[in-house]
Design a protein around this ligand. Structure first.
Ligand SMILES: Cc1cc2nc3c(=O)[nH]c(=O)nc-3n(C[C@H](O)[C@H](O)[C@H](O)COP(=O)(O)O)c2cc1C
Length: 206
């Protein structure tokens, strides 16, 4: 599998062939083994979002970082929302939500929304978040967030197995004049990274 000619072995061409320096052994000295439970922290996509729902007359908000873009237009977003979360039931039943994008200044409120459940707390009141009516869905926008995406659930085929919802963004709002918001990215266990410097490269990606 790691035989000669693979990109990995050719990069170490002069040392190839020695049993002692086989790719597997050199990997062992260069890398340390990472606990499988920590893998997610390497891949956390971010930014950390707030997801709002409205169900049975009650608005709720939870923190969510396991999301991934799935298509350009209409924009599709895949989200993992645990079935232990109050929001799971609301989203499954109402099939609507808002993905609100907070900036770094909201970090402590964002974490608080992830540490409490809407089953016992009105998080809008407790953490000073302002719900605003959305245009197309019953779930509220969050006034303090620099972007708000109104979404409908369009695919639930992976919900029972993976708690994975596919959302379509039906309307998107961004704060006027806020051109360089600093987003929050989860690195696991209470560690967060703030977005920083931009660099421009000739990428063919849209
Ligand atoms: C930084 C951060 C990221 C989180 N990401 C997710 C996530 O992607 N999916 C998820 O199900 N829960 C996630 N959580 C946990 C939920 O936000 C948490 O269980 C919350 O209490 C659920 O609220 P609810 O019961 O009101 O729905 C995250 C929490 C934090 C602090």
């Amino acid at each position: 599998m790691a035989g000669s000619g693979s990109p990995r072995s050719s990069r170490h061409g002069s040392r190839r062939g020695s049993r002692h320096d086989s790719p597997r052994n050199s990997a062992r000295s260069h890398f340390r083994r990472l606990a499988l439970s920590k893998v997610y922290a390497l891949l956390e996509p971010g930014p950390v979002l707030l997801l709002t729902t409205f169900h049975k007359g009650k608005a709720n908000v939870m923190t969510m970082s396991w999301q991934t873009p799935m298509d350009f237009e209409p924009p599709l977003v895949g989200c993992v929302i645990s079935n232990r979360d109050f929001s799971f039931t609301a989203l499954k039943a109402s099939r609507e939500c808002v993905l609100a994008v907070p900036d770094a200044a909201m970090a402590s409120k964002v974490v608080a929304c992830g540490n409490h459940s809407g089953s016992t707390v009105d998080k809008f009141v407790r953490f000073g978040l302002t719900p605003q009516p959305a245009a197309l869905v019953a779930a509220p926008l969050i006034a303090e967030c620099f972007a708000n995406l109104e979404c409908r659930v369009v695919d639930t085929r992976f919900v029972n197995r993976y708690s994975f919802f596919v959302l379509e963004v039906v309307t998107a709002w961004v704060e006027r004049g806020n051109t360089e918001p600093q987003t929050l990215h989860h690195r696991g266990k209470g560690l967060f990274m703030l977005s920083g410097e931009n660099i421009r490269l000739p990428s063919k990606m849209k």
